[in-house]
Design a protein around this ligand. Structure first.
Ligand code: PLP
Length: 391
């Protein structure tokens, strides 16, 4: 008689309790959230169709409009990170066979082009060397040769630290009757953005940089011209989760609508977080927040100069939020970053073509403070000395 093998005793292996290290996050993002935002996220959850929550959604939309500087009704935080907001733009505004033009300054420009391709568009790019920005005349020429339904720009290219003059670029695109899409992931809340005044049709951002909240939502605004293009689509977008028409059945197709159709279960704690982050931002004042970022950036640039380090990005294209530093020859950049991490501070390395050549330091949101910058500079000085480097 054969015997059935006894199943091996199932071991119940639970992970250890959570005990994350306390870090000062000075990389390209996430940056440290404001503790008041973290506290708000632990408030009692309510249902995602609860009248209290619906009221909160409306307040968050109104606050986001102020931060984007837009009257666009269609403004909401997408469930997902900044990439989700950008993907929402591409998948809704573009369809198979549409022409799109993307100005590429680095990795995130490439990413926008890839999103547009996946939306089925035929994508042309205008590419510039790392640190440089796109000349509006090049956009003019490209659109003169072949019109595009949509032209996409990255406001601040996080890999190179370069910031583009969006108002000028958008004006060129609009002259050619194209929709203008903007990635403002590394700028929203930290430096001037004027969605309506600059003529931007759709823009996407994140929560984990200058807004001072953890990652998890993608602030998005879509203007009337873009919504008209969405309504004129020949086919439904291939995405159900990021379908703008369905999202606004839940977020409210018109101001003041109280009846909301279930679409997906909103991440209630994340919405509490952005609500608090936007409340803090608007209490501080947008201009005051921009000035705080600028002051922190200038202090950082002075301090780096004192350490004998220089910024990679040409002065004319620099922005306050992300500071890209050239690694001096002969230094092992990863060892310097590791030393900082041992001191509890995260700094970013290079991405794409700049791997090994630069460090990236964010002064964003809650961390855009002089005392924080000084702490960072002190630790960087020590790490450089420990590596035997002298200016
Ligand atoms: N665009 C830019 C310019 C970024 O810096 C990032 C992320 O850092 C993204 C897009 C993607 O955003 P997320 O990581 O929030 O999805």
């Amino acid at each position: 008689m054969t015997r059935l093998a006894q199943p091996q005793a199932q071991q119940q292996v639970a992970p250890p309790p959570l005990d994350p290290p306390v870090r000062l996050l000075m990389g390209p993002g996430p940056s440290n959230p404001d503790p008041r935002v973290l506290a708000a996220m632990t408030a009692n959850p309510v249902g995602h169709l609860d009248p209290y929550f619906v009221e909160l959604m409306d307040q968050a939309m109104a606050a986001l409009r102020r931060v984007f500087r837009t009257e666009n009704h269609h403004t909401l935080p997408v469930s997902g990170t900044g990439s989700a907001a950008l993907e929402t733009i591409m998948l809704n505004l573009l369809e198979s066979g549409d022409e799109a033009l993307v100005a590429v300054l680095g990795y995130f420009g490439q990413r926008l082009a890839e999103l547009a391709r996946r939306a089925g568009a035929r994508v042309r790019t205008i590419e510039v060397p790392a640190g440089e920005i796109v000349d509006p005349a090049a956009v003019d020429r490209a659109l003169g040769q072949l019109p595009a339904k949509l032209v996409a720009f990255v406001h601040v290219e996080t890999t190179t630290g370069a910031c583009q003059p969006i108002a000028e670029l958008a004006a060129v695109a609009r002259r050619h009757n194209a929709l203008v899409a903007l990635d403002c992931v590394t700028s929203l809340g930290g430096m001037p953005i004027e969605i309506d005044a600059w003529g931007i049709d759709a823009a996407g951002s994140c929560t984990q940089k200058c807004l001072g909240a953890p990652p998890g939502l993608g602030p998005l605004t879509v203007g009337p011209r873009a919504m008209a293009a969405v309504r004129a689509r020949k086919q439904k977008p291939a995405t159900w989760y990021l379908d703008l028409s369905l999202l606004f059945q839940y977020w409210g197709e018109q101001r003041g609508t109280r009846t909301r159709a279930f679409h997906h279960t909103a991440p209630v704690a994340a919405i509490y977080g952005i609500h608090e982050a936007l409340r803090l931002l608007l209490t501080e004042g947008l201009e005051a927040r921009w000035s705080r970022h600028q002051a922190a950036h200038e202090a950082l640039a002075r301090g780096l100069d004192g350490l004998g380090l220089s910024l990679f990005t040409p002065p004319a294209h620099r922005c306050p939020t992300i500071n890209v530093i050239s690694v001096p020859p002969g230094l092992d950049e990863a060892r310097v970053r590791n030393r900082l991490l041992e001191a509890g501070i995260e700094m970013g390395g290079g991405l794409g073509t700049l791997v090994g050549r630069v460090w990236r330091v964010g002064v964003m949101g809650y961390n855009a403070e002089l005392a924080t910058v000084e702490r960072f500079l002190g630790a960087l000085d020590q790490a450089l000395r420990a590596e035997g480097w002298r200016a």
